[in-house]
Design a protein around this ligand. Structure first.
Ligand code: ZN
Length: 260
C-alpha cells in the first residue's frame, strides 16, 4: 500500500516524525510520496524522502502559494527535480475556493509547472478545488507531453470525475470518502473510476477519516490510516481489499516509475 499524499514537512509532525513513519510501515504501508507545496517545503520533502526508506517526494508550488511564484522558481524546482527522490512536479493546480493567491497568479504558476513537467518528462501531482473548467482548459494542451497526471484528493462531482477520466487523468482518493456528512457523493461515484486510474492517499495531517473503528485522541491524520481508507473504498466498490491494494501499488509503480 502506497500513500501518494503525505505532508510530512508539516509542523504537526515536528515532535514525532520518525514515529509517524515507523507506525505507517508497521500498519502495512509500503511506501509514501511526500508532498512539496512551495519551494522551501519541496526541498524539505526531498530531504525527508532521502532520510526514510521507500519515500519519494514532489517538487512544486501549491495554488495557495502561487503569489510567491517567480521566474527563478522554475529554475530552483528544475534543480531539485534532478534529485533521485523527486518523482513528480506538484503539488500544483488551482483552488478558487479560498483564493489565497489570485486566480491569475494561480493560473500562471500552474501553467509554468505544467511546462516544467513536460520539459523534464515528469508526471504531475495536481490539486483542483472549485476550478474544474479552468483546470481542464489549462491542462489539456499539455496532456500529450506529460508522462502521467494524477489529480490528488479528488472531491468533485460525478461529471467532473468523468471529464478528468476522459482526459486520461488518474484520481487520488483520501479519507474524505469516509466522511458520512460530505463524502457521500464521492463514495457513490467511486465505482466510476477504473481500477487502473485509482490512487489512495491520506493527505496527512489533514482529513482524518471520520469512521475509524478506534477514534484517535488527536484530530491529526497519519499515513498509518491508509489501510483503513483502501479497505473502505474496496467495500464501496465491491472489490476485494487485497486485490485493490495490489492494483493501486501497480498504478504507483507505473505512474511514478518507482520500485518499492
Ligand atoms: Zn491538495
Amino acid at each position: 500500500m502506497f500513500d501518494i499524499g503525505v505532508n510530512l514537512t508539516s509542523g504537526q509532525f515536528d515532535k514525532d516524525r520518525d514515529a509517524v513513519v515507523a507506525r505507517a510501515f508497521e500498519a502495512g504501508v509500503s511506501g509514501m510520496l511526500l508532498t512539496g507545496t512551495n519551494l522551501q517545503e519541496s526541498q524539505q520533502a526531498q530531504q525527508l524522502a532521502s532520510r526514510y526508506d521507500n519515500c519519494w517526494s514532489t517538487a512544486g508550488v501549491h495554488p495557495h502559494d502561487a503569489s510567491h511564484w517567480r521566474p527563478e522558481t522554475a529554475d530552483a524546482l528544475r534543480e531539485l527535480a534532478a534529485q533521485p527522490e523527486v518523482v513528480a512536479i506538484g503539488e500544483c493546480g488551482l483552488d478558487f475556493n479560498r483564493n489565497y493567491s489570485t486566480p491569475q497568479e494561480q493560473e500562471h504558476a500552474f501553467s509554468a509547472q505544467l511546462a516544467l513537467a513536460a520539459e523534464l518528462s515528469l508526471p504531475v501531482f495536481m490539486h483542483c478545488r472549485d476550478a474544474h473548467e479552468r483546470f481542464i482548459a489549462l491542462l489539456t494542451p499539455w496532456l500529450d507531453k506529460l508522462p502521467g497526471a494524477v489529480l490528488h484528493c479528488f472531491t468533485g462531482t460525478r461529471e467532473e470525475a468523468q471529464a478528468c477520466l476522459a482526459s486520461g487523468l488518474s484520481l487520488g482518493i483520501t479519507g474524505w470518502v469516509c466522511d458520512e456528512r460530505r463524502g457521500l457523493a464521492l463514495r457513490e461515484l467511486l465505482p466510476v473510476i477504473p481500477a487502473d486510474k485509482l490512487f489512495f492517499e491520506t493527505d496527512a495531517p489533514w482529513l482524518l477519516p471520520r469512521d475509524l473503528p478506534v477514534k484517535p485522541s488527536s484530530r491529526r491524520n497519519e499515513p498509518c490510516y491508509l489501510p483503513h481508507i483502501i479497505t473502505q473504498a474496496a467495500m464501496w466498490r465491491g472489490e476485494d481489499a487485497e486485490w485493490l491494494m495490489q492494483q493501486s501499488d501497480e498504478n504507483v509503480r507505473t505512474l511514478f516509475g518507482i520500485r518499492f
